[in-house]
Design a protein around this ligand. Structure first.
Ligand code: SF4
Length: 431
């Protein structure tokens, strides 16, 4: 039987102990003596949030397909357990093996939003890994950052050995091969970092000298190691068909934020809203094949037992095979008690029609995102929506039977005036 890192006494006094015990359906167990690389994949937030993140499920599956790698998961302990771990000197551990993170070869941290930066320090601290990358030795894992915030890595640079800029499917295999090669010949940590810096998309902060203007913006950014490139380019997968997808996602024991099968239909967004980080970072738009998605839907529902399937993309209405896919899901699964969830749809006649088929109209509300109240402000942010389009969409929804709509607006946009702010309630009133 697996020995848990936390004893019964601790598990019984903390909130939601299932956050920390691992052993969920579809979690991957391997023999640690039989692998070359142990990778701790961390989402630096509480379990329920981290388990809802699709990117981790994709990488967890991809890494564990390699016989020489065992990838395990780590999340931020909630404050109650954090206190106990510090008092009883229990190091942070990975869920699958329950072994201390410090024993791993890599600690990969996905950095999705700035609000979790302090959690990253908590994870390093509880693991007993020096916060400052320069103080680490071969006794410590290589701490690698990935995810959208790595496109602006400087605020976190001193805490990371390297950043992976771009989509995880592209260069991880090369990085693992380089690591194995350096380890096998007894090379140093510095030699590994130099070899890693040669891989496209990998940024090793300690190999650069950065100077700043008085206001904190960057004045200069220059490599100081011959292996480091002057410019690091993000890496993207151009052929989605060549990537793997988790057909057996891990099923949590407790309710998590995204408690359903999530099927990624597309990456990137064809629109160019100026405020949108995701729209800029995940360019270009790439679709997954509709026949492959139908097959995934069967397999993922069968392998998990979930009762809901959701489509994931930045703007599902722009997926060219949406009608085909949605009609298939409704016909195949609706009568089997599977809920179909369709977020990120634009409000048009087709969307209202399919949403009417999959939702209880009387109970649900529709969400519009005009983002700004005045046409001037919407033009500034390149939202591409006129008032006529908004009122038309709302009108169609009310005619379709909905009697509630939710509206998203942003305050504090550049060039905003009081008139732009007043336009928000005015537009809401018209709707
Ligand atoms: S449509 Fe949505 S995802 Fe696409 S750029 Fe605009 S805000 Fe971003």
């Amino acid at each position: 039987m697996r020995k848990l890192a936390l004893n019964d006494e601790i598990l019984l006094k903390i909130e939601k102990p299932a956050r920390y015990i691992g052993g969920e359906v579809n979690s991957v167990m391997k023999d640690k003596e039989q692998v070359d690389i142990r990778f701790a994949m961390c989402f630096p937030d509480v379990y329920e949030i981290g388990m809802s993140h699709l990117g981790i499920q994709i990488l967890y599956d991809m890494f564990n397909r390699r016989d020489d790698v065992w990838c395990e998961r780590v999340y931020s302990p909630w404050t109650d357990l954090d206190k106990v771990m510090r008092e009883e000197k229990i190091p942070l551990f990975a869920l699958e093996s329950q072994d201390p993170v410090r024993e791993f070869d890599f600690l990969g941290i996905t950095i999705q939003y700035e609000m979790c930066y302090t959690n990253i320090l908590q994870v390093l601290d509880l693991s007993g890994i020096p916060l400052d990358a320069e103080e680490r030795t071969w006794e410590d894992p290589i701490v690698i950052g990935g995810g959208p915030c790595t496109y602006n890595p400087e605020p976190l640079a001193e805490f990371f050995d390297l950043f992976y800029i771009g989509e995880g499917e592209t260069v991880y295999d090369r990085l693992f091969d380089v690591y194995k090669e350096v380890r096998a010949r007894g090379g140093s940590r510095q030699e590994f970092l130099e070899a890693a810096a040669e891989i496209e998309g990998i940024y090793v902060p300690s190999f650069y000298e950065t100077t700043y203007h008085e206001d904190g913006t960057i004045r200069s950014f220059d490599p100081v190691n011959p292996h480091a490139k002057p410019v690091v380019h993000k890496q993207v997968v151009m052929e989605m068909q060549d990537t793997t997808y988790p057909e057996k996602p891990v099923v949590p024991f407790i309710k998590v934020t995204q408690d359903r099968v999530v099927m990624e239909i597309m990456r990137g967004c064809i629109r160019g809203c100026r405020f949108c980080q995701a729209g800029m970072l995940y360019r270009p738009t790439r679709e997954r094949d509709v026949e492959v998605l139908k097959d995934y839907a069967y397999k993922m529902l069968r392998n998990t037992g979930h009762e809901e399937i959701s489509l994931s993309s930045l703007s599902s209405s722009d997926y060219s095979e949406l009608k085909e896919l949605v009609m298939f899901l409704i016909e195949e699964f609706k009568d089997k008690g599977i809920n179909i969830s369709l977020p990120s749809l634009r409000i048009d006649a087709f969307s209202l029609d399919v949403m009417g088929k999959v939702q209880d109209i009387r109970k649900s509300s529709l969400t519009f995102a005009p983002e700004a109240g005045s046409q001037r402000m919407r033009n500034v942010i390149n939202k591409g929506l006129t008032e006529e389009m908004i009122l038309d969409g709302a009108g169609q929804a009310f005619e379709g039977g909905w009697n509630k709509v939710k509206l998203y607006f942003m305050l504090g946009l550049p060039t905003e005036t009081e008139e732009d702010m007043r336009a928000i309630p005015e537009l809401a009133d018209k709707i």
